[in-house]
Design a protein around this ligand. Structure first.
Ligand SMILES: Cc1ncc(COP(=O)(O)O)c(C=O)c1O
Length: 412
């Protein structure tokens, strides 16, 4: 395979759309990705051409902002395979979406007689809303464990199905291990046993084709800032019949049909969950990010990541004393690679490779229960996206070699 075959975006386009990447090897897109210039422009346009609120004014600016806002809702629905754009609620991000869900669906549906399942590879965002809810309600909590290979323990599935959980909170892709969970196989079985399935799509939706209708999930949450969009905006998708039954939990403007002293009628979905002035320019940015990803094609985005991860696993595998956590087969993992190198503390390692221009993440990645399973306080994590190339992997490997040199005389 030649270098150019693993370049998803050509050099002139990177230079034009991501000029700030010049000289920086950005390997932290799992934390937050970079925004291409067209996304920045789409956001700034909202202010440059005359800002206005949405769903309120009748003058041109407001109509323009509202049209663009609702057009993005349709784009989001198409991007994730939702049948109805009303199923897409704009939130502040994945964390916000999952907390909203716990406050509405969770509060009304979970009782002391129910079982809630969480996996030990969940990000705290898809863990704490549910463990806190279970504790508040006195519900039974089951932890779905992870094998030594970094995959969900499927031997535990019979136990989980037998418990007939009311809720299963499951990440589609692990932000630490890169593991892609077999959600297509698991969701039908979980649903057959009566579970409502909440998918954390924060690391999946930006990186691979998504079709919630085919998946048959009940809820999906994701963030714009991990898919070329801005921070502070994300989506909660839910099946319409579930959303219609859920009470609103944020009260204020824009989420009602009528308010009388003695009676309130809520707006239809999705608006009853979107009280207050939304993040309008953020929504515009999300729409532009989806356009950008669609112009590449999500199949190509995924293919590019498999190629890059294959190459990265090969190259990292040649470094003595380097251990990659999670599945070793690139086809079973996303563009997230967590590793340990010769016992060097992840923060030291990230600092040293940072001096070589490599931006990687170090820490527990908001997955402390998983870190406990791994027997580590943290890992170093490199994560790839559309703008990364094999050359970036080579620079990472070179930087790691330098870090190895720095620590060669230190007994770790
Ligand atoms: C798997 C996963 N879930 C949830 C989140 C939280 O996303 P946000 O901080 O955008 O709410 C992250 C962020 O890293 C994540 O990786």
């Amino acid at each position: 395979m030649t270098l150019s075959e693993t370049r998803l975006i050509d050099k002139p386009t990177i230079k034009k759309d991501f000029p700030f990447l010049d000289g920086t090897i950005f390997l932290d897109s799992a934390a937050t990705s970079q925004m291409p210039v067209p996304v920045c422009e789409s956001m700034s346009e909202h202010y440059r051409l005359g800002a206005s609120n949405v769903h309120r004014g009748v003058y041109d600016w407001s109509v323009r902002a509202t049209d663009k806002f609702e057009c993005t809702r349709r784009k989001v629905a198409a991007f994730i395979g939702a049948q109805d754009e009303r199923e897409c609620i704009f939130t502040g991000g994945t964390t916000d979406a999952l907390n909203l869900l716990a406050q509405t669906w969770g509060e009304t549906n979970i009782t002391a007689h129910d079982t809630v399942v969480v996996t030990s590879m969940e990000h705290h965002s898809n863990l704490l809303p549910w463990t806190q809810l279970a504790e508040r309600k006195g519900a039974n909590l089951i932890w779905w464990e992870v094998t030594d290979e970094g995959e969900l323990d499927l031997d535990q599935l019979p136990e989980i199905l037998a418990a007939q959980p009311k809720l299963v909170a499951l990440t589609w892709v692990s932000n630490v291990l890169g593991t892609i969970n077999p959600v297509e196989k698991l969701i039908p079985q979980l649903k057959e046993h009566g579970a409502t399935v909440v998918l954390d799509g924060a690391q999946a939706v930006p990186h691979m084709p998504c079709d919630v209708t085919k998946l048959g999930a009940d809820f999906l949450a994701f963030s714009a800032h991990k898919m070329l969009g801005p921070t502070g905006i994300g989506v909660l998708w839910g099946r319409a019949e579930l959303l219609e039954e859920m009470p609103p939990c944020r009260f204020g403007g824009s989420m009602i049909l009528s308010v009388r002293r003695d009676r309130v009628r809520w707006a239809e979905i999705p608006h009853k969950f979107e009280g207050g002035t939304p993040n309008i320019s953020g929504v515009h940015g999300l729409g532009a990010a989806i356009d950008y990803l669609n112009s590449i094609g999500m199949d190509k985005v995924r293919k590019h990541e498999v190629e890059l991860v294959t190459y990265a696993m090969e190259q990292l595998g040649q470094l003595d004393g380097l251990k990659v956590f999670g599945p070793q087969d690139p086809a079973r993992r996303s563009g997230v690679i967590s590793f340990e190198f010769r016992g060097i503390h992840p923060h030291d390692l990230a600092t040293i490779i940072g001096r070589e221009g490599v931006c990687a993440r170090a820490g527990h990645h908001c997955c402390q229960p998983l870190m406990k399973n791994l027997g580590r306080q943290g890992t170093t994590r490199a994560s790839f996206y559309i703008y990364n190339t094999r050359e970036d992997v080579d620079v990472l490997v070179g930087a790691l070699k330098k870090a190895g040199e720095v620590f060669k005389d230190v007994i770790l």
